[in-house]
Design a protein around this ligand. Structure first.
Ligand SMILES: [Zn+2]
Ligand SMILES: [Zn+2]
Length: 233
């Protein structure tokens, strides 16, 4: 009986995560750019996420919003697997000032992750190149948060994928960089391919379609943190 329940839960989880609702919540990112981001997310999570849907959340535009509250609202409105993208500041209750304003986060009680684009502008977006960089950053923070939705955990160290770029789950140390330095060193340093450890986890749990050649590392720590709101970038 217990086994059956576990299996049911597992199937439910897969159904839940294979369709990603990308919800634009007060963001000025264009629809076509969101489509590009959605397709690149599908590409990065080959097979694990099969489809995405774009939705515009009809909410008043605010300057800043409590990250946890936003995940609750999006879960109630859309349910399932959700990535909310907003250009409002995301606030948390953390006391550290740096953590008070976050790039993104994931609520471990549901499958909702949120990303704020507000801090990802480090320069004026006055050229195609600057815009592309901004979209890339939004994508990389999104991959990280969606990765959390699928059970992946942060890498404190600089773990690289096979192409030599940082795994999207790389987190690094904020304090060492300050936020602009952090964006340039960690977020810009990330690629869109996951490291072997993450690929192994996704393949085992979600049927990620990626040929694993080379070594598979054991001992992936997949426990969820005890914090109410996890994943601050
Ligand atoms: Zn990884
Ligand atoms: Zn994280």
């Amino acid at each position: 009986m217990i086994l059956l329940n576990m299996r049911e839960k597992g199937t439910e989880m897969l159904e839940n995560t294979s369709v990603l609702h990308i919800v634009r919540a007060g963001s000025d990112i264009t629809y076509s750019s969101l489509k590009v981001i959605g397709n690149r997310i599908l590409d990065a999570f080959r097979g694990t996420i099969q489809e995405f849907k774009l939705t515009r959340h009809k909410a008043p535009v605010v300057d800043s919003i409590d990250a946890y509250f936003l995940t609750k609202v999006l879960d109630q409105e859309y349910g399932g697997h959700v990535l909310g993208i907003t250009d409002a500041d995301l606030r948390t209750n953390d006391t550290d000032a740096f953590y008070n304003c976050i790039f993104g986060g994931k609520n471990p009680q549901n499958d909702v992750a949120v990303v704020s684009t507000k801090m990802l502008y480090t320069d004026r977006i006055d050229s195609n190149k600057a815009y592309k960089l901004f979209i890339d950053r939004t994508l990389k923070v999104s991959l990280h948060e969606v990765g959390h939705n699928l059970g992946l955990t942060d890498h404190a160290a600089y773990q690289t994928a096979q192409d030599g770029t940082l795994c999207p789950m790389s987190r690094g140390e904020y304090n060492k960089f300050g936020y602009i330095g952090y964006i340039r060193a960690i977020i810009d340093g990330r690629g869109t391919n996951f490291c072997d450890e993450c690929v192994y986890f996704l393949t085992k749990l979600h049927g990620h379609k990626h040929a694993i050649d080379g070594l598979v590392k054991d001992g992936l720590d997949s426990k969820t943190g005890s914090k109410r709101f996890r994943g601050l970038n």
